[in-house]
Ligand binder design. Structure first.
Ligand code: TYM
Length: 343
């Protein structure tokens, strides 16, 4: 019996990297799960607070993200869909785990290290230190571990950039189990599950991943983009001037990224796709990628446009989801508190 948990930040409409790296895999897992598997998918509003947020924008972004989850085919009768901030057990367990987390482990998180690096560049002072960053950013992975462990999840479908956080989650589960021994370990060690396309790159700078934080909006395709927006972003994608098409992620990252996207859209693998383009050029490849992405997104896009305005329905889904989630996490928290002496 599996417990599958994953989360996404309320960034409004997700991009193609989120979709191919994680969301599409959630839908696939929902389709293939055994009847007694539990699936939980959460919109993680507390994680979003680690960066500055405009309250009005955040409010509508949370609604939009829930509408997207429904639009891509997650079924609230089968999967528990809920807002993280509707279940206080996450923060309760987060605090307990914080008290078991060595600071050194958090300093080794690549997400933290890249934040530090960015803040150094931003101020262009050599000696800017951690003191400028908020501590939520530092303990972010502990909240993520709590998200997973509070449901005693066994499987976590995420993109590659989240792998290190899942490893930390396993570490913290182990530390807890070792520190508070019972008849059997309280937490299972969750497994990281990734989609075949675990890392989609920026269309403008294929040395970095596609992300919502890049200021260049042409670097990402959103699930709500129209056919013509998709076409113009793919046409403008940075590739290389080597003739012919081959899959070579190291020396041809931009070209390979397009092949990865095409393969993901058509359910094949990038190397096989490349074989069909040996004697073709980037123009042809880009046309086909744009068509395949449009084909993939047009269904979810129109569903999203329909659902996003149904506020009462979205609120009802969120309310029901949270009340189911709280039942699962409540059972864990009782056990946790008993073991640590706080019951
Ligand atoms: P977030 O909101 O940044 O991203 C959501 C999911 O999308 C994946 N992803 C990508 N996959 C492939 N290529 C890309 N360019 C790309 N960009 C994003 C991410 O790996 C992720 O699976 N910390 C998490 C949210 C979270 C969570 C959790 C996840 C909070 N608690 C517990 C799992 C379990 C995050 O910020 O994801």
């Amino acid at each position: 019996k599996r417990v599958i948990f994953s989360g996404i930040q309320p960034t409004g409409v997700p991009h193609l990297g989120n979709y191919l790296g994680a969301l599409s895999n959630w839908v696939k897992l929902q389709k293939t799960a055994d009847p007694d598997d539990t699936l939980l998918f959460s919109i993680v509003g507390w994680h979003a607070l680690t960066l500055p947020q405009d309250p009005a924008v955040l409010r509508s972004a949370r609604d939009d993200m829930l509408a997207v989850l429904l639009a891509i085919g997650l079924d609230p009768e089968r999967s528990v869909l809920f807002h993280q901030d509707h279940n206080l057990h996450h923060v309760e367990l987060c605090w307990i785990l914080n008290c078991l987390t060595p600071v050194g482990k958090l300093r080794r998180m690549t997400t933290w290290k890249s934040r530090l690096a960015t803040s150094r560049n931003a101020t262009s002072e050599a000696e800017v230190d951690e003191s400028l960053l908020n501590s939520g950013l530092f303990t972010y992975p502990v909240l993520q571990a709590a998200d997973v462990l509070v449901y005693r999840a066994t499987h976590v479908p995420v993109g590659e950039d989240q792998q290190q956080h899942i490893e930390l989650t396993r570490d913290l589960a182990e530390i807890f189990n070792r520190t508070f021994k019972g008849q059997k370990p309280l937490f299972p060690l969750p497994i990281y599950v990734n989609a075949p396309s675990k890392r989609i790159l920026s269309l403008r700078d294929p040395t970095s991943k596609m992300s919502k934080s890049s200021p260049d909006t042409a670097s990402r395709i959103l699930l709500s983009d129209t056919a013509s927006q998709i076409k113009s972003k793919i046409r403008a994608a940075v590739t290389d001037s080597i003739p012919g098409i081959t899959y070579d992620p190291i020396s041809r990252p931009g070209t390979s990224n397009l092949l990865t996207i095409l393969a993901a859209c058509t359910g094949s693998n990038a190397q096989d796709v490349a074989g069909k383009y040996i004697s073709k050029g980037h123009g042809q490849l880009k046309n086909d990628v744009a068509d395949a992405v449009e084909e993939l997104l047009k269904g979810p896009r129109s569903e999203f446009e329909r659902i996003r305005h149904e506020k009462a329905f979205l609120d009802e889904v969120a309310r029901k989801g949270a009340s189911k989630a709280i039942v699962y996490s409540g059972a864990t928290m009782e056990d946790v508190k008993r073991r640590i002496g706080l019951s």
